[in-house]
Design a protein around this ligand. Structure first.
Ligand SMILES: Cc1ncc(COP(=O)(O)O)c(C=O)c1O
Length: 361
């Protein structure tokens, strides 16, 4: 009988949602909309689609394991603010994979990692996967409490996770508070700055993570092509850190962890600034519409810097189920909150109409 270690048995497996077609069949509904996974409702860039078509004929070949051209394109783009070279970039099968590699690189059983709660669930799952301990610090005003997180550091701490913007609340940490925290953190602790929603942020005081890359050196910045770039299904993300950190992570990275189609699509998406700004504008317009409608209903929401909205509610599960029956799929976040991805104008309207109907009844 196979007996995995207790720390593996302690992990709650991620429960994926059912395919939308299956859900519709079960509920006897059609035309449902998915506002549950913070994807880009606009779709992928047409330029990325073209690159995908053009890369199909050589999928008999292994991909470029070093991701040479994508790293080159990223280095060029990122160097607009701080000079970043190719060997300060690592590619991942989604930024999720890089979180996992970082944890396996830095931690062993009994080590601690500090993170916020609620935040992205993958952090604690990855830490538990190596028998580490997650020290979970409650959010303050729905935002990472960086002071309390720094105070939670002990000699056993190996990593700190900061989702900026935070998932599920959409809040950010600003320059000055992040800089102050970095001053306090010993440089043998890796600070993971998860910026999956970076491109959506409009606040001018948003923490400038790249500045800390060379200043303190103990940061790993994670970004992804799954959100504004609209390539979630291809699984491609990247990390930026000093090359010594990446050399160690590369020991644990599978040689061909990102596929050739994803690499080429990502290069094309990166260059399609029109698609990015259109996606950002759609998101901003959706945000304004939702804020207005929710305010007129007297419903509380947390102002967001990302492409989703966190709403404290009384009965999240009941609300989720009622909305689903009306073909609007959102994400319950525990018993007292929901998270709704900002969609296309007609999708946002459908959410508001369904929400009114459910709450009104
Ligand atoms: C905060 C945060 N980090 C990382 C990810 C993972 O993104 P991916 O693995 O698709 O790059 C997500 C996805 O929802 C997220 O919300």
């Amino acid at each position: 009988m196979i007996k995995p270690p207790d720390y593996v048995l302690g992990i709650q497996p991620y429960v994926p949602g059912k395919p939308i077609e299956e859900l519709e069949r079960e509920l006897g509904i059609a035309n449902s909309i998915k506002l549950a996974s913070n994807e880009n409702p606009v779709g992928p860039s047409p330029k990325a689609l073209e690159a995908i078509k053009n890369s199909l004929s050589d999928i008999n070949r292994y991909p470029d394991g070093a991701g040479y051209y994508l790293k080159k394109a990223l280095a060029e783009k990122l160097s607009a603010s701080e000079s970043i070279c190719e060997d300060e970039i690592i590619l991942g099968n989604g930024s999720n994979e890089l979180l996992d590699i970082a944890v396996r690189t830095c931690m062993q059983a009994g080590d601690e990692a500090v993170m916020a709660v609620p935040s992205f669930v993958v952090y604690s799952m990855a830490v538990q996967g190596v028998g580490g301990k997650s020290i979970q610090i409650p959010l303050k005003d729905y935002t990472h409490d960086l002071k309390a997180m720094a105070d939670a550091v002990t000699p056993r701490t190996k990593m700190i996770f900061i989702a900026n913007p935070n998932n599920p609340t959409g809040t950010i940490n600003r320059k000055y508070e992040f800089a102050r925290m970095m001053e306090e953190i010993p440089n043998n602790i890796l600070v993971v700055l998860d910026e999956a929603y970076y491109e959506y942020v409009s606040d001018p005081d948003y923490a400038d993570s790249m500045k800390h890359l060379h200043a303190e050196g103990n940061v790993l910045i994670l970004r992804t092509f799954s959100k504004i770039y609209g390539l979630a299904g291809l699984r491609i993300g990247y990390g930026v850190a000093k090359k010594e950190i990446l050399n160690d992570m590369n020991r644990l990275r599978e040689p061909f962890n990102t596929n050739s189609i994803a690499q080429r699509a990502a290069i094309a998406a990166l260059k399609d600034s029109e698609h990015v700004s259109h996606s950002r504008n759609i998101n901003e317009a959706g945000k304004t519409y939702l804020y207005g409608e929710l305010a007129s209903l007297g419903v509380k929401y947390v102002p967001t810097e990302a492409n989703f909205l966190y709403m404290p509610v009384e009965k999240a599960m009941a609300l989720y189920e009622s909305l689903m029956k009306m073909g609007v799929i959102i994400r319950p976040m525990g018993p007292h909150a929901i998270r709704v991805t900002i969609g296309l104008p007609e999708e946002n309207k459908r959410f508001i109409e369904a929400f009114k109907a459910v709450v009104g009844s």
